[in-house]
Write a protein that binds this ligand. Sequence first.
Ligand SMILES: *Cc1c(COP(=O)(O)O)cnc(C)c1O
Length: 378
Amino acid sequence: MTNALPLPQADPRANYLSHREAIDQAIRRVLESGWYILGREVEEFEAEFARYVGVKFGIGVGSGTDALHLALRVLGVGPHDAVITVSNTAVATVAAIDLCGATPLLVDVDPVTFTMDPPRLEQAIASHRGSRLRAVIPVHLYGHPADMEAITWIARRHGLHLIEDCAQAHGASLAGRSTGTWGDLPAFSFYPTKNLGALGDGGAIVTDDPRLAEKARLLRQYGWRERYVSDDAGFNTRLDEIQAAILRVKLQSLNTENQRRRELARLYDTALAGARLTSPRSAANVQHVYHQYTVRAPDRDRLREFLLTNGVRTAVLYPVPIHQQPGYRDRVVIAKEGLERTEGLCREILSLPMFPELTDHQVHKVAELAVRCPPAER
Ligand SMILES: *Cc1c(COP(=O)(O)O)cnc(C)c1O
C-alpha cells in the first residue's frame, strides 16, 4: 500500500477518533460525577441497549466471557452438566462452560456459514443421551447469525436452554428477528474491536425474563440484593460507568457503521472476483453485520504473507480449534460425528481488513493484491 503503512486488520483507534468529541465529553461527565461503578450511565446504557436489541432487560457485566459464564450460572449449569457449542470460536465460549465446571461438547459447523450445523446438533444430542445435556450455545461467527430457527426448535424439543454468543453480531438479524432475541440469555462482548466496542473490557446479558434478569444482577455483584447482604454466592463482574458512557455514544452509530461494513463487504465481493479464494456467503434470510470479512483460500498462508509483504495486515480467526488447544483439549468432548469441517476451515480461513473507517480505495488495493498474489509452485 502507499502512504500509511501498514493497513491494520481492525482499527479501534480510528473508531475512537471518529467519535472523539462525544466520547471525551462522556468520559469527563463520569469523572466529574464522582460515581464510577453501577450508576446512572450503566442503567441508561442497559435500557438503551435492551431497546436496541429488542428485549426488556440488559445487564452490563465485565466482559463477554463473564456474560456467557454468568448466563450459564443463572440457568443453573454446573459440574456434571454438559453444554453444546462449536470449536471454531473465541476460546471464551468454551472457557465460560468450563468455568461452571461443566463439560463442553463440541459439534461441527455448516460448511457455508461456518456456524453450528443443526443436523450435527441433532445427531450429537441423540448420540450423547447419557450425558446431562443442559444448554446449547450457538456462535454468530463473524457477524453471520447461526441458523436460529432450526437450533431454537431443536433446543426446545429437547428441553435445552439456549444462550446465543452474540459477541460478533451486534445488530445482525435472521428472518427479520435480531440476534439476541432468540435465546434465554444471549451474551454480548464490548471488547474494543467488536462492532460495538468499549475502550476497555465490557459485556452484557440480555433477556425478556424478569426472573433471569434479577438473578443475573445478583450474581454480577456478590449475590447482593441489598448492599452488603449476599442472597446467593456471587461474583464481581460489573460494567463500569466510563465504559457504559462510551458505549452510549457509540450505540448511536452502530446501525450506520454496520451498514458501512456491509457496503465494504459488497466492494470486496466484486473486487475479489478473479482471486484464488472463496468470498463469504450468507444465508438467504440473514442480515450479516460483517464483524469479519473472512475468505477461504486454499493457499492461505502464502496469501497472508504476500499481503503482509505489501503492507496489509490480516487475521486468522481462529488458527487452532478449541479441541486442539493445549489448555482445553483434555477438558472438552468432541461429538461422535467428529469435527472434520471445523479442522478443514482452520487451515483456509483468512480475515481481511474490516472496520467502518476503511475506505473504498483501501478495499480495492487489498483486493488487487489478492488477485495478483502468485499461485504456489507445484
Ligand atoms: C470476543 C468474543 C468473546 C469474548 O469476549 P470478551 O469480552 O473478550 O471476554 C466470546 N465469544 C466470541 C465469539 C467472541 O468473539
